[in-house]
Design a protein around this ligand. Structure first.
Ligand SMILES: Cc1ncc(COP(=O)(O)O)c(C=O)c1O
Length: 384
């Protein structure tokens, strides 16, 4: 198991929470509210909401757009399934678009080819920590009046034209799961500049109640109905709140992010030095005007060394939806939505030749050198 760089700072904050006796955030929470403010300052977004996991953050992000049942959301063919399941769970239909074979990131052409009159949004994943080509993607979205969700779970601090990813689309989501750049074991974040998106995100993640609003937004009031008092659940929602225990760890982790990122960059230098001239191995492709911050370093390798296996529509639940012609929630699939092999040929072909090296900031540089050398050795053997 990797070390995760937790220390006295996390322990001190956790002790404070436990001694206070208040482990849930209540309205704001001492640590969750502070984390939301500090994350917003770090990222450069006005409204930030702590959520209990990255998958719930993704679902909240889709729900925050106010879409209708059966609306289509374009998703990358190759990405963790946490990206497309949340689309299903809010009653929408995931439509998979092909990717750039150099990065497995959704391509502007792939998006354009999937747009129909029911398309409302595009979900862009900055996969591996590589910023997506956002100029081209935003241009397609603007032409077709689509909302853009940025999934930044793997890309804390990666930049596009000097702006951090998560500040370009309409709403961004992040994961704080154990393996991520910063972590509380589990956790997630929503970030936006749009007060309406933020309000919908609060209602959805707080059982329809607005009392998590901060940043000076006015709260609706609940009038009695037929003379009976109401609690004030203004919309459908889940309880996806972040706890104070998570907030306490995250305040400490966020302060360490610059140091963690610097360590990751050194590990990336080792990989690129060791593997820069190996036959059959290609280093990460980085789009112009972007700066990655790798979570896993992507390598294009001979098929025998590839281990990437995240084409969502090949998974069992999508195969069931293909047979029944309904989503898992019973929403009918239009004829043109297909979840079958061959749908996104670039993703299918390219994924066979992708491998990744975990560049966790806790990795010892010598271990990283050795891991890279192991790949080099295997690739050398294959090339004869
Ligand atoms: C790109 C991406 N999106 C979403 C998630 C979901 O996050 P979580 O595991 O916190 O639910 C992950 C987690 O691995 C991820 O890598």
């Amino acid at each position: 198991m990797p070390q995760r760089c937790f220390g006295e700072e996390e322990l001190a904050n956790l002790r404070e929470v436990i001694e206070s006796g208040e482990l849930w955030r209540g309205v704001r929470g001492k640590f969750v509210g502070r984390f939301e403010d500090e994350f917003g300052q770090w990222l450069g977004r006005k409204y930030v909401l702590g959520i209990c996991s990255g998958t719930c953050a993704e679902e909240t992000a889709v729900a925050s757009l106010g879409l209708e049942l059966g609306d289509e959301v374009i998703c990358p063919a190759s990405a963790p399934i946490f990206v497309s399941f949340p689309v299903i769970s809010v009653g929408c239909v995931p439509v998979f678009a092909d990717v750039d074979p150099r990065t497995l990131i959704i391509s502007p052409e792939g998006i354009e080819a999937r747009i129909t009159e029911r398309t409302r949004a595009v979900l862009v994943v900055h996969l591996w920590g590589t910023p997506a080509p956002m100029d081209e993607i935003m241009a397609v979205a603007q032409r077709h009046n689509l909302k853009v969700i940025e999934d930044c779970a793997q890309a804390y601090g990666a930049c596009h034209r000097g702006r951090k990813v998560g500040t370009i689309g309409d709403v961004a989501c992040f994961s704080l799961q154990q393996s991520k750049h910063i972590t509380a074991g589990e956790g997630g974040i929503i970030a936006t500049d749009d007060p309406e998106i933020y309000k919908r995100a609060v209602l959805f993640s707080n059982v329809g109640m607005p009392w998590l609003y901060q940043y000076g937004l006015e709260q609706p009031t609940s009038e009695p109905l037929n003379g009976l008092r109401r609690r004030g659940h203004f919309a459908f929602g889940h309880n996806y709140r972040m706890s104070e225990l998570q907030g306490a760890v995250m305040v400490a982790q966020l302060a360490k992010l610059p140091e963690f990122n610097a360590r990751r960059k050194k590990l990336v230098e080792i990989i690129e030095t060791e593997l820069g001239d190996v036959p059959g191995v290609e280093l990460a492709h980085v789009y112009p005007n972007t700066e990655p911050n790798f979570w896993i370093y992507p390598l294009r390798v001979p098929e025998a060394l590839g281990d990437y296996a995240e084409i969502n529509y090949l998974e069992a639940e999508f195969q069931k939806m293909q047979r029944t012609r309904r989503t898992s929630l019973g929403i009918p699939l239009p004829d043109y939505v297909q979840y079958k092999p061959g749908e996104c040929p670039q993703a299918e072909a390219a994924s066979k030749g992708f491998g990744g090296i975990d560049v966790s900031h806790a990795t010892d540089p010598e271990d990283m050198r050795q891991a890279a050398r192991n790949i080099r050795e295997k690739a050398d053997k294959l090339s004869g």
